[in-house]
Every structure is written in C-alpha cells, then in structure tokens.
Design a binder for this molecule. Structure first.
Ligand SMILES: CC(C)(COP(=O)(O)OP(=O)(O)OC[C@H]1O[C@@H](n2cnc3c(N)ncnc32)[C@H](O)[C@@H]1OP(=O)(O)O)[C@@H](O)C(=O)NCCC(=O)NCCS
Length: 193
C-alpha cells in the first residue's frame, strides 16, 4: 500500500476529504477531549469503574502535553475543522493510541492513521516488532491491521488490555487477514497505552 522509501516527513496526506497531520503541543487539549470521549463510549464497557477512572486520568491535557514534549508522535485525521481520528506513537516501536470518531468508524480512517504511525516507527525502528496494548473492544480491528495476540489479557490499575504484536523481517506487514470470525478470545475489545 505505502511506499516506505518515499514516506513524507510528517505524514501530511489526503484521503478523499480527510487530511492527516502531525500534532503539536497546541493540540494537547484536542487530543485529550477526543480520546476521553471515545474511551467513555467504546472502552468503558470493558473496564471496572476504577480502571476507567485511571485510564481517563492518564488522558489529561497535561499528560498529552508532556507526551508530545517527550517525543511521542500523535497524528490527527481531520476534515476541514472536524477531528476524525488520532493515532499516537511511543518510540521506538509502540502504538500508543488509535481512536476514530464513533460516526466515522469502519471507513478506513483507522487504517490510514495506522499507516502514518507505522511509517513514523519505521523511520527509526531497530526492533523487529511493533507492539500495542489493545483495549478488549479493539482486538478484532488490530488483527485486521496485522497484529497478533502476544500473551494473555493483562490488567494494570483496573485497566484490562490485550498485548499484541506485529513481527516483520524487512517492513511491517500491511497484509489484510482473510475475513474470518470473531476475536480469538471471543470478546469485543480496550486502550492502547
Ligand atoms: C479500533 C478503531 C481505531 C478502528 O478504526 P476504524 O477507522 O474503524 O478502522 P478501519 O475502518 O480503518 O478498519 C481497519 C480494519 O479493521 C476492521 N475493523 C474495524 N473495526 C473492527 C471491529 N470492531 N471488529 C473487527 N474488525 C474491525 C475493518 O473491517 C478493517 O479491516 P479490512 O480493511 O481488512 O476490511 C476504532 O474502532 C475505534 O476508535 N474504536 C474505539 C477506540 C478504541 O478502542 N481504540 C483502541 C484503543 S487500544
């Protein structure tokens, strides 16, 4: 799909009317508000009250600001002034966030954001794998993006997540899994952190 040797430096790209840009510190509140709202809607049902509280506390504007200042890369998908999605990368090789507007899911936005995140990781990647801690509601989507289950579901501060991993030899896979049944653990899916 994407040509790794000619990737843009900051991943400006256009898909139909959608643009994707690299976030700056000015975007910290936008990222906080967006991921918090989607977490309350999509991830909350998979978490305890304490887990949800802990997860949302970690999504504060201040924390996003510190992350950006500390080198995390966030990509923002938008259409005119409306935010459509956010991906976050914790270098060297961890997909930290992947969130798409509830009314725009299953339209390819997550895959485009993942593509930007993956390209960013591959600029500096020394490891042979990319990791993600999937919320239990998102496992199926990550499988479709090429990730595999990497051990049992884990829990930290009440936040349950499924470690997942993408191994590769030369480039991360963009292969689509064959259409199949439900998630391997039979559950819907939680948070990438
Ligand atoms: C997970 C999420 C980011 C996916 O974004 P999206 O824009 O809907 O994804 P896309 O439309 O690009 O789909 C990518 C692939 O995943 C598949 N997919 C998307 N959601 C899926 C789901 N719930 N179950 C199974 N497969 C799914 C799509 O069919 C597509 O596969 P294909 O291209 O091989 O047909 C989005 O559902 C979301 O924001 N969820 C809530 C927040 C969340 O839980 N984020 C993860 C935190 S760890």
């Amino acid at each position: 799909m994407d040509n790794f040797s000619s990737r843009p430096a900051d991943c400006h790209r256009s898909v139909a009317n959608m643009q994707i840009r690299l976030a700056t510190v000015e975007d910290a509140k936008l990222i906080c508000d967006f991921v918090t709202r989607i977490t309350q809607q999509h991830i909350a049902p998979t978490l305890s009250e304490a887990g949800l509280k802990h997860l949302i506390a970690g999504m504060s504007t201040l924390n996003q600001l510190e992350r950006i200042r500390n080198g995390y890369r966030f990509f923002i998908a938008y259409d005119r002034n409306e935010i459509l999605g956010v991906a976050g990368v914790k270098l060297p090789s961890h997909l930290y966030y992947l969130f798409v507007h509830p009314e725009r899911q299953r339209q390819g936005i997550g895959r485009e954001l993942w593509s930007c995140a993956r390209e960013s990781i591959c600029e500096t990647l020394k490891e042979r794998a990319i990791t993600v801690n999937s919320s239990l509601n998102a496992i199926g989507a990550y499988k479709r993006l090429g990730f595999s289950i990497d051990g049992p579901v884990q829990e930290s501060h009440g936040v349950r997540f499924q470690p997942m991993r993408m191994e590769f030899t030369t480039e991360p896979s963009d292969a689509r899994e064959p259409a199949a049944g439900p998630d391997s653990n039979g559950q819907p899916s939680p948070p990438a952190q």
